[in-house]
Design a protein around this ligand. Structure first.
Ligand code: ADP
Ligand code: MG
Length: 349
């Protein structure tokens, strides 16, 4: 490196954020092979094999960033590490088939601890019927890192991208939102109390629902099957890892559309709302910005409304508009506010 280069001001990654960073690093990437139907930019890549397509996604979990060993049981961590990956395969309307697991372990971890981690991963593989097909193992100077690749399959015509939404499509979300974030708030609070007074017993028995949503999330395989049985192929789909607002903006960006949603339609669970109030946070804020719910957000053509309207597990929250109309939230008090992404971003903590 020349002296001139050394003097160049270096850019702080935090100024880009996670999505800005990915866009910046990958903007010049061109696909070389015709079978790579989709590369970067969706929940997973899609590779054509003629009679079917593969769906491939990868995630990386780092101790101290994505999980805290003070309150994360290793069996739950293993389970969650698998399900959050499978969630991205379901978000493409595919069936996960194999996982590959890389781990980097520090000296702090015993064999028994890793057995727990694997018991959780294998439980998820059993539940979702995927093969644990390989991985890699190495040491880490500090903490645990888990990198998982999930491979799924689907008929090429069944795959659903983020980019297929069009004006007038209806926006749906599965399950309920915000609970995983509230679980995280409870765990953080108890951690602080424990640090202040190690004799104190954590007070978590009152919050089983939100804690389970945080520590042991499920992937919504059932929704994919339900929609198929109802004869519905969503026009666009994404899983909710970063909060509803952020995921709506992803669908809109890829589809070249706007969207309008209604606060009163956003599904929230009373058990979540109770915790949110305890923390003086608006439950809607938890749903819009909380993240880690791993529910599915999807759009359908209006003609499919009759097929979906009786399904209890999915809820209409709004509709897709022309891009010029922007991204809007009608609040329960009748105000129209702009939807902004304040999803989970490791550099904005
Ligand atoms: P998700 O939240 O669904 O897991 P991400 O936001 O992690 O999706 O990733 C969005 C897209 O960016 C995906 O297509 C992913 O493969 C791609 N991506 C993420 N990180 C990188 C990276 N470091 N290099 C190349 N592509 C990446
Ligand atoms: Mg995703």
């Amino acid at each position: 490196m020349t002296e001139d280069n050394n003097k160049k001001a270096l850019t702080d990654i935090a100024s880009l954020g996670e999505f800005g960073l990915i866009d910046h690093l990958t903007k010049g990437i061109r696909l070389r092979h015709p079978e790579t139907i989709a590369g970067i930019g969706d929940d997973a890549a899609v590779i054509d094999h003629g009679d079917h397509a593969s769906i491939i996604t990868k995630d990386l979990l780092i101790e101290g960033v994505h999980f805290d060993m003070i309150y994360t049981p290793l069996k739950h961590l293993g389970y969650k590490a698998i399900t959050v990956n499978l969630s991205d395969v379901y978000a493409m309307n595919g069936e996960p088939r194999q996982v590959f697991v890389g781990i980097a372990i520090s000296k702090r971890y015993s064999l028994e601890a890793l057995e727990e981690l694997y018991a959780g991963m294998l439980l998820a593989c059993e539940k979702y019927q995927v093969d644990f097909a390989g991985g890699d193992t190495t040491t880490s100077p500090s903490g645990l890192m888990i990198s998982i690749t999930a491979v799924g399959r689907a008929a090429r015509e069944d795959i659903v991208y983020r980019s297929g939404a069009k004006p007038m499509d209806l926006l749906f979300v599965s399950g309920n939102l915000g609970a995983a974030y509230c679980g995280q708030l409870v765990l953080q609070r108890e951690k602080q109390a424990f640090k202040a007074n190690p004799q104190m017993q954590p007070d978590i028995s009152n919050y089983p629902y939100v804690l389970e949503r945080q520590l042991k999330p499920e992937a919504r395989q059932d929704i994919i099957h339900m929609l198929k049985e109802a004869g519905i192929k969503p026009t666009a789909m994404i899983d909710i890892s970063d909060g509803l607002a952020s995921e709506i903006l992803h669908i809109c960006k890829k589809s070249g559309t706007g969207a309008t949603i209604y606060e009163e339609k956003i599904p929230v669970d009373q058990r979540m709302a109770q915790v949110a109030h305890e923390f003086n946070i608006d439950p809607t804020t938890c749903a819009l910005s909380g993240g880690e719910d791993y529910e599915l957000l999807f759009t359908i053509d209006q003609k499919d409304y009759d097929k979906i309207k009786d399904l209890e597990a999915v809820h209409p929250i709004g509709h897709i508009t022309e891009a010029a109309q922007g991204h809007n939230l009608f609040t329960s008090s009748g105000q129209l506010v702009k939807l902004t992404a304040q999803g989970w971003d490791p550099w904005k903590k």
